[in-house]
Design a protein around this ligand. Structure first.
Ligand code: GTP
Ligand code: MG
Length: 568
């Protein structure tokens, strides 16, 4: 276990002990999350870049299949176990346990599974835990497997290892797109150069300098490539150490933990101030909170009713406009792929462009929409601000609530569900409805995923049809370029225009519900404290004194726990 993981776990246990039997709300799901969270690091790159070879070098065993044709079809997570075995995970989460050597033949059954978990008796894997490396299918794998792997790991990866062969000579368009996509998910990467033994040292230097230039221009000067030596296992180990897993882990949780500590203190202070009130005042406080809840309920209906016209239509337009620009920006690249010999390359590039473009549009739209929904609800609640003065809360009551709700929408420690069942049974129902199977998650990032993933599943179905219509009809460049702009692009947009709205609407409704629930939860927390103290106000004077002293002691202990574990 990582030091930060231990630290956070002991903090949470301490807090749970302190708050045992008290009236203050505290999220108990954080402890299991801290204990179980792994740091997933996918290794991505073009097919045959040497991803599986590199991971074999790290593991110290030739266990992952290696070859010149696209080899890895299913993403394979690597974990330590004294007893080696393979788990094949189905889209519905069901697992099939297999011997490790089934790896060499599992590709033939790749459509049955979403991904693999490989458990190996390897010291290297043991020592990097809870880092989990993932051998990803190359960019040349089938349309379905390619998208399946990327969609699943993009929101899960805390960092990516990117591998490019020195033979490529530069960072390809499709790689640049993936790196760009990582930005949407706020995820960083380490860039490695493989097969350096195929070139003379000065050639390696030239290519590396060129690539570092590209990295600098697109992603900032701090990004530098690392040239791999013989087999590369050592450089990979060093790169993983440089990641500072402790710091990575800490970043996932620290803000949430600090915020929660702050929230508990606010509840204790509320209780303390209520103890000083007389009966009439505490009854007024309870009444005001009740009124705020009633007010909130009414508003939820209002906001819901104009949600559709206000937001989802515009979002669809912006998605399609952004996509149009992205497709046209890549026109030359797509023309080259379309007139080349690999028909899979064109559909993979198209689905990548669609995913990247929709992902970034949808993320920023969802961010804007959620902020404006929160502000709107908070604005309407602010009418009750003056009555809430009785709660003695520092600052503005409704603003405080909206800050908390916004904060929870930006958090990414949400556990993501397994892949949906859609992929396995999509042939019998590919018309709408598919999005229903996605669990409704709440954060902006999760909403982005739950909108983009089902869209991409639909793309996987219609894209081959659209492309098929155009193959075989002459393959000169100019003709193909015209087909792309005149027919392929418009067809893609038409398909999406028909299919996106239902998915957007459903997710926006889930978002609104989350926001409403968030406000309700905050108000209910306060109400619970107020009600509990109101009952205790019937107590005699001396007992109130004791209770106050106890609460002050508790507040000190809660602060001390934060200082000991979170603010070191
Ligand atoms: N010369 C040289 N060849 C390498 C090196 N690493 C891998 N190869 C060869 O490159 C080919 C592809 O290697 P893989 O490890 O299967 O590549 P991959 O990135 O996992 O490919 P996919 O799974 O198809 O995406 C194999 O023939 C390897 O033997 C290297 O460092 N130097
Ligand atoms: Mg491979």
């Amino acid at each position: 276990m990582l030091d930060s993981q231990k630290e956070f776990a002991s903090y949470l246990k301490k807090m749970q002990t302190l708050l045992e039997g008290q009236e203050f709300a505290f999220d108990k799901t954080l402890l299991p999350k801290v204990m179980e969270t792994e740091l997933v690091v996918p290794v991505i790159g073009a097919f045959s870049a040497g991803k599986s070879s590199l991971l074999n070098a790290l593991i110290g065993q030739e266990v992952l299949p290696v070859g010149i044709a696209p080899e890895t079809e299913l993403a394979t997570e690597l974990r330590y176990s004294s007893e080696p075995y393979l788990l094949a995970i189905k889209p519905d989460g069901a697992q099939e346990r297999l011997p490790v050597d089934a790896l060499s033949s599992i590709n033939r059954r790749s459509s049955e599974f979403s991904h693999l978990r490989l458990y190996l008796d390897s010291d290297a894997l043991k020592s990097i835990a809870p880092l989990v490396l993932v051998d990803m299918p190359g960019f040349g794998s089938s349309l379905e497997n390619h998208n399946k792997a990327i969609a699943y790991y993009l929101p899960r990866g805390v960092h990516f290892v990117v591998l490019t062969s020195i033979e490529d000579g530069n960072i390809t368009q499709s790689m640049l797109r993936k790196l760009d996509e990582l930005k949407t998910y706020n995820t960083d990467f380490t860039f490695l150069l493989s097969k350096c033994n195929l070139r003379a040292a000065d050639q390696v230097e030239d290519v590396q300098a060129y690539i570092d230039d590209q990295l600098g221009v697109y992603f900032g000067e701090q990004h530098r490539s690392i040239a791999l030596g013989n087999r590369g296992g050592e450089e990979l180990t060093r790169a993983l150490t440089a990641l500072q897993p402790d710091a990575l882990f800490s970043r996932l949780f620290i803000d949430v933990l600090k915020d929660q500590n702050f929230d508990v203190l606010a509840q204790i202070n509320l209780a303390l101030s209520m103890l000083k009130k007389d009966k009439a005042e505490s009854e007024q406080a309870a009444r005001s909170l009740d009124q705020a809840l009633a007010n909130l309920l009414e508003q939820r209906r209002d906001v819901e009713s104009d949600l559709k016209e206000r937001y989802s239509g515009k979002m669809l337009d912006r998605c399609l406009r952004g996509l149009d620009a992205a497709l046209n920006d890549s026109l030359e690249e797509l023309t080259t792929l379309g007139t080349g010999r690999n028909p899979g390359a064109l559909s993979n590039a198209l689905s990548d462009i669609i995913r990247t473009s929709l992902g970034s549009t949808i993320k920023s739209e969802v961010q804007d929409i959620s902020t404006s929904m929160v502000d709107r609800i908070a604005g309407n609640l602010s009418a009750t601000n003056s009555q809430m003065a009785v709660l003695d809360i520092n600052g503005n009551w409704s603003e405080e609530l909206s800050h908390k709700v916004k904060f929870s929408l930006e958090r990414t420690t949400e556990m993501l569900s397994d892949w949906s069942q859609r992929l396995s049974n999509r042939s019998d129902d590919d018309k709408g409805g598919g999005a229903m199977l996605y669990r409704s998650l709440s954060t902006v990032l999760a909403v982005t995923t739950t909108v983009v993933n089902p869209i991409i599943e639909l793309v996987i179905i219609f894209l081959p049809e659209i492309i098929k219509m155009f193959s075989g009809g002459g393959n000169e460049r100019e003709k193909f370029r015209q087909k792309l702009t005149g027919e392929v692009f418009p067809n893609i947009k038409a398909e999406l225009r028909g299919k996106i709205p239902a998915i957007i609407d459903e997710q926006l409704n889930a978002m609104l519900k989350k926001i409403g629930d968030g406000f309700e939860e905050q108000i209910n927390k306060q109400k619970h404290v107020v009600d509990t103290i109101a009952q205790e106000n019937q107590l005699r004077e001396t007992e109130i004194g004791e209770k106050s002293a106890a609460l002050e002691g508790l507040a000190q202990a809660v602060k001390a726990a934060a200082n000991d574990h979170l603010y070191k």
